[in-house]
Design a protein. Structure first.
Length: 327
């Protein structure tokens, strides 16, 4: 079962983590102001959370397009296949699952390179018996937008920083970054909370240039800051993927209802067998049952498939240690 032994963080640590989920680069001083806590306490606790890798800040960049890969694996090969997918540098997340689909991964790939991925690269993945590669048509909620009920709406609003909204996949190739911007993104991949001083040193540029180029990269959505934390540590140890086919004419209403649900971490519209892929995090099995069978959007579903997440091999571009989902 997913994360049955994980001990949630205490209330203040959960709030600090939730603040960094809103803005991964937010200062300790700002968090202290919003939470009305001593800056020294927030700095000590936040630094300790990062040092222990309870939370990691990643920075994503790359193609403005993605596919959701649902993989069926050979007997005994689920972990190997999910790990192999996670090892791809273009993989955003990879989860081992229960059910007919053994693992799922999101892979960022340009439209031009999609044939090579589907026809050549995926079939060569170790242990993979069959794969469905469904292009992501629209991101309806990103993990970056997940707001578990830990902070108040006013606190969240006080912490939010650009870029606002979502970068929607359109299959285009982004303009190549300059050597300076590539050097900055390399620093951020190693440490998403690197200061402008550290960025300047790592990229070999002045601090003023680092500050200016970092702001450009963030505002123009060329790099995204994401907080990586196991939902179990926030009090949501039971995760699942829900694949949904919605009744004709009800998609917009269905999406509106689902986006009002704070237990939904991520939702993407797909081109494939299912209309939507929804990642949820709940307190327990009873909560999952309540969510999928008594929610107001239940009557709009034509068909669905539910896969419990057994283990996360990768989240938001960050590889996780074996067994991370159950620690």
């Amino acid at each position: 079962m997913p994360a049955p032994f994980a001990t949630p963080l205490d209330e203040l640590d959960r709030k600090i983590v939730a603040a960094m989920q809103v803005d991964g680069r937010v200062s300790w001083r700002r968090i202290a102001e919003v939470l009305d806590e001593p800056e020294r306490t927030i700095t000590r606790r936040g630094t300790d959370l990062l040092a222990k890798r309870v939370i990691q800040i990643s920075s994503l960049d790359g193609h403005n397009a993605a596919v959701m890969v649902r993989a069926e694996c050979a007997v005994g090969a689920v972990r190997s296949t999910a790990t192999a997918l996670a090892q791809r540098p273009d993989c955003v997340f990879a989860y081992a699952l229960t059910g007919r689909v053994d693992c799922v991964a999101e892979i960022r790939v340009s439209t031009a390179n999609l044939p090579r991925l589907v026809l050549d690269e995926l079939p060569a993945t170790v242990g993979l018996a069959r794969a469905h590669a469904d292009p992501v048509l629209r991101i309806l909620r990103s993990v970056r937008q997940w707001r578990p009920p830990i902070l108040t709406p006013a606190q969240i609003a006080a912490l939010e920083a650009p870029p606002f909204g979502l970068q929607q996949p359109d299959g285009s190739e982004p303009e190549p970054l300059t050597p300076t911007d590539r050097a900055i993104t390399q620093v951020l991949r190693r440490d998403g909370r690197a200061s402008t001083t550290e960025i300047a040193r790592g990229a070999g540029i002045s601090e003023s240039t680092a500050r200016r180029r970092l702001e450009w990269l963030l505002v123009n959505r060329r790099v995204w800051s994401r907080a990586v934390v196991e939902p179990a540590l926030l009090g949501f140890p039971f995760e699942a993927m829900i694949w949904v086919r919605v009744l004709p004419g009800r998609l917009d209403t269905f999406v509106k209802h689902v986006l009002a649900e704070p237990r939904v971490r991520q939702m993407s519209a797909l081109a494939g067998e299912y209309d939507l892929a929804i990642n949820v995090a709940v307190a327990d099995q009873a909560s999952l049952y309540e969510l999928i069978d008594t929610a107001p959007w239940r009557q709009m579903v034509q068909s669905r498939q539910i896969s419990v997440i057994l283990e996360a091999m990768k989240r938001s571009g960050v590889r996780l240690p074996l067994g991370a989902h159950a620690t």
